[in-house]
Write a protein that binds this ligand. Structure first.
Ligand code: HEC
Ligand code: HEC
Length: 220
């Protein structure tokens, strides 16, 4: 009887805990230990870890890769680290990347992130940039409470504050695919819903224009 009661309480406790505590979008916390791990990582060791990665993610940003694969040269180390940990912990879903990440240690992830960051951002591409995209990036859109992209991603799309990715020179197709994934909620590893909320208030046309804007930015 007592055993049964205990089981009931435990089950009830789990049900309540489940309904009150939502799954966090990421388990990465930028405490001093994590900052230290990423800041003190070794790009030399990272170059070895990166050998299987380069075929899909490039090294110079000029390789002819699948356009829906993200370029990683010059990407911020904090962002790469967070994404790899999110794949590892199944906060971001993708078969190939979850396999890679789950076989890597946090140290290897930090090292490979430091190596990619040490490279140059991909070069700028020839794209048609609309006035509207320039306005969204630099000013946002007040009535929609849309903040300017540049406030977080930097004036040159270089990535700025902790865990915000560089966007300059990124493949247009990948940019669009991942923005659509935020928009539908399929990608939900952004802390505080920041990118999901932003993507949801953009039209498909605006997402395409922003992809062209950032592809045209590049490393100069
Ligand atoms: C066979 C191709 C392939 C290989 C090899 C590969 N990746 Fe990926 N990677 C992808 C694809 C495709 C995506 C986009 C997945 C998605 O949409 O979530 C991705 C996404 C990523 C991202 C997130 C990028 C972003 O801008 O959000 C990181 C970081 C990453 N990979 C790192 C690595 C590392 C490090 C390795 C090597 C250990 C590696 N990848 C090997 C195909 C690959
Ligand atoms: C409040 C800060 C903030 C603003 C404003 C912002 N972003 Fe982001 N963005 C982020 C963060 C943080 C991430 C990484 C989230 C994650 O971990 O998935 C991100 C991720 C992205 C990615 C995914 C990059 C990749 O490599 O997968 C794209 C694309 C992007 N943002 C585009 C935009 C555009 C376009 C705008 C303006 C309309 C914008 N962002 C405004 C903070 C911001």
């Amino acid at each position: 009887m007592i055993g049964n009661m205990r089981t009931i309480f435990v089950v009830l406790g789990l049900v309540l805990a489940g309904s009150v505590v939502a799954e966090p979008s990421s388990t990465v916390v930028w405490d001093s230990a994590t900052r230290h791990l990423v800041d003190s990582a070794d790009p030399g060791r990272g170059a070895e870890v990166a050998e299987p990665c380069v075929a899909c993610h490039g090294k110079t940003g000029t390789e002819k890769l699948r356009p829906n694969f993200p370029l990683l040269s010059g990407q911020t180390a904090t962002y790469i680290y967070k994404q790899m940990m999110d794949y590892k912990e199944s906060r971001r879903g993708h078969g190939i990347m979850q396999n890679f990440a789950s076989s890597m240690t946090p140290q290897e992830i930090a090292d490979v992130a430091a190596w990619f960051q040490s490279l140059s951002l991909p070069p700028a591409k020839q794209e048609t940039v609309t006035e509207h995209a320039v306005k969204l990036v630099g000013k946002g859109d007040g009535p929609r409470l849309l903040p300017p992209c540049a406030a977080c991603h930097g004036r040159k799309g270089e990535g700025a504050i902790v865990d915000v990715p560089a966007l300059a020179g990124q493949n247009k197709d990948y940019f669009v695919v991942t923005m659509q994934a935020y928009k539908s909620g399929e990608r939900g590893n952004d802390i505080y819903n920041r990118m999901r909320l932003i993507a949801a208030s953009l039209s498909d046309e605006e997402i395409n224009e922003l992809a062209a804007y950032y592809a045209a930015l590049g490393n100069d």
